[in-house]
Design a protein around this ligand. Structure first.
Ligand code: XMP
Length: 519
């Protein structure tokens, strides 16, 4: 079997919000790639041994003090180079062109004209000589470097793309990786498959086969422990490890009492019964409720849930004999975010510290089989490995679970009410084909009582809030404009089916200023 990483592309990150998107697009073209920060050591770039290099965009101006710079090694390696946005400006500057910094940013759709044939646009031109593209830049090239020729123009950018006259060096002012650039995929495919001559080895079935062999080689006949959370990543790790080592994999599933409706039973039904994976289910519900009694501060709750989780997991691990390895569902975006940069100049953003972050003092060796995969790749693997698509494509669920969706103090009774209400909401979203149109939807328990009336009797019961948002990156989000009739139906079902709820409200706050979760 050929090494699936033998044909690969290096992406140098200059801080663009789209850098990971470039990487995902390259992977979708079935070619492996990795992202390095712009200030990574030259030696690492050389060692990576890329078949081609892509320079990402970035938020800075090339003229700014401390602006990210182009490491000359990139051009010395004599491999094809594609500069996107900031990457184009760096190339123009390097080769002696002029870049103009203007305060006026161009952001949004633009129409680009292709004046003639170019190797990079071969899959597009001459069928099309005008392209709808996505722009997002402040700087622009105003004078071509001597060795370059212009390959695209817009009404505001005289040089919207350029190429070297004799070397395979290309540059685009616009973003081919963004969906709004209609022909972006063809342009990237031309660069990746034809100009760089990369082989299409990065495919789901090859990825699985390779990982199975690697896991096998790594752990031999040892026993591997995995904390199963019910989430996508740990479930895919379980399925993959099980395929590789069968019963040498032991999973511990901690029921925190803060999971989705009947989630524990579902995990057992799919993983243990259907897939025949060895899963130890630990009922720790009471322990979590006891520890959370009287605590109403959200961060304190998060901390307690995280700590108890680790303790319970550790106790179970200590009962097992001869475990050598701990498997974790770390994925590539986690690796990039914590990798940092070589000079400390590149900006590093930390992600949420998650529950399920496991103890470092278990004295087990780590195995992280999803380390080089993006979330969409993990999902594809999951489906291929036999997990249900509804599970694999589920909305995200926070580590502390219902613990941060019950406002204030957590109680078993509240968790039961909330899990049922949430289940009704999700069930109806699916039934009405709205689930995939929202990015995250859930119910929230409000520990306040409100008056209601059933027949002749008055009720004095709790309030449930429904939250549904649309978002791409979860950093900003807009509240989902679900049909009023639909919200009405969910409200009736919740109030009719759950005696302890007398009122349902819908959250119409966007992020910012509100957050997605209520705590
Ligand atoms: P916010 O509420 O910050 O949520 O707008 C953004 C995304 O992060 C999830 N979230 C969490 N995930 N542990 C997690 O694993 C947490 O403590 C946590 N808090 C929020 C939230 O569900 C949303 O997807």
């Amino acid at each position: 079997m050929k090494n699936i990483k033998s044909s690969k592309i290096l992406i140098i990150d200059f801080g663009s919000q789209y850098t990971q998107l470039i990487a995902r697009r390259v992977r979708e073209l079935n070619v492996y790639c990795e992202i390095y920060a712009w200030d990574v050591a030259a030696e690492k770039i050389r060692e990576f041994n890329a078949q081609a290099i892509i320079l990402s965009g970035g938020p800075e101006s090339v003229h700014a003090d401390n602006a990210p710079t182009l490491n000359p090694i990139v051009l010395e390696l004599d491999v094809p180079v594609l500069g996107i946005c900031y990457g184009m400006q760096l190339l123009a500057q390097h080769y002696g062109g002029a870049v103009d910094s203007s305060d006026k940013k161009e952001f949004g759709y633009a129409s680009v004209e292709l004046p003639g044939p170019s190797h990079l646009f071969e899959q597009v031109y001459p069928n099309k000589s005008q392209l709808d593209v996505w722009m997002s830049h402040g700087d622009k090239v105003i004078e071509m470097p001597a060795d370059f020729e212009c390959t695209a123009i817009t009404s505001t950018s005289p040089f919207a793309a350029m190429q070297h006259k004799s070397k395979p060096i290309y540059a685009l002012q616009f973003h081919p990786e963004v969906e709004h650039t209609i022909d972006g995929r063809d342009i990237l495919s031309q660069f990746v498959h034809h100009i760089s001559d990369c082989e299409q080895l990065w495919k789901t079935d090859n990825i699985i086969d390779t990982h199975v062999v690697e896991i096998h080689e790594k752990v031999g006949s040892d026993t591997v422990l995995l904390g199963l959370s019910g989430g996508v990543d740990s479930s895919v790790v379980a399925a993959l490890m099980h395929k590789a080592i069968g019963k040498q994999l032991v999973c511990v599933f901690v029921d925190t009492g803060l999971l989705r409706y009947q989630e524990g039973d579902q995990v057992m039904a799919t993983m243990a019964d259907k897939m025949d994976i060895h899963v130890i289910r630990v009922n720790a519900r009471q322990r979590f409720y006891d520890a959370l009694a009287g605590v109403d501060d959200p961060e304190a709750k998060r901390k307690i849930i995280g700590e108890i989780f680790i303790r319970v997991f550790e106790e179970e691990a200590n009962k097992l004999e001869q475990v050598k390895w701990l498997a974790q569902g770390t994925i590539y975006p986690d690796v990039i975010e914590s990798a940092g940069s070589d000079t400390g100049k590149a900006h590093v953003i930390k992600s949420h510290h998650n529950v399920g972050g496991l103890p470092d003092d278990l004295a087990l060796e780590l195995i992280e089989p999803l380390r080089d995969l993006f979330k969409d790749e993990v999902r594809k693997l999951g489906v291929e490995l036999g997990l249900a698509p509804e599970m694999v494509y589920r909305h995200p669920f926070p580590g502390p679970g219902l613990g941060v969706r019950i406002l204030g103090e957590v109680k078993e009774q509240y968790a039961d009410i909330l899990a049922r209400a949430d289940h009704i909401f999700i069930e109806e979203l699916r039934r009405h084909n709205l689930y995939d149109k929202t990015s995250q939807a859930f119910a929230v328990f409000l520990p306040v009582k409100s008056v209601g009336v059933v027949g002749d009797a008055r009720r004095y019961e709790y309030v449930i809030a429904l939250r549904a948002v649309e978002t791409i990156d979860f950093m900003t989000a807009r509240w989902a404009h679900l049909p009023h009739d639909f919200i009405g139906l969910v409200s009736s079902r919740i109030i009719n089916e759950i005696d302890q709820v007398s009122r349902v409200v819908y959250d119409v706050s966007s992020k910012p200023p509100a957050t997605i979760e209520w705590e």
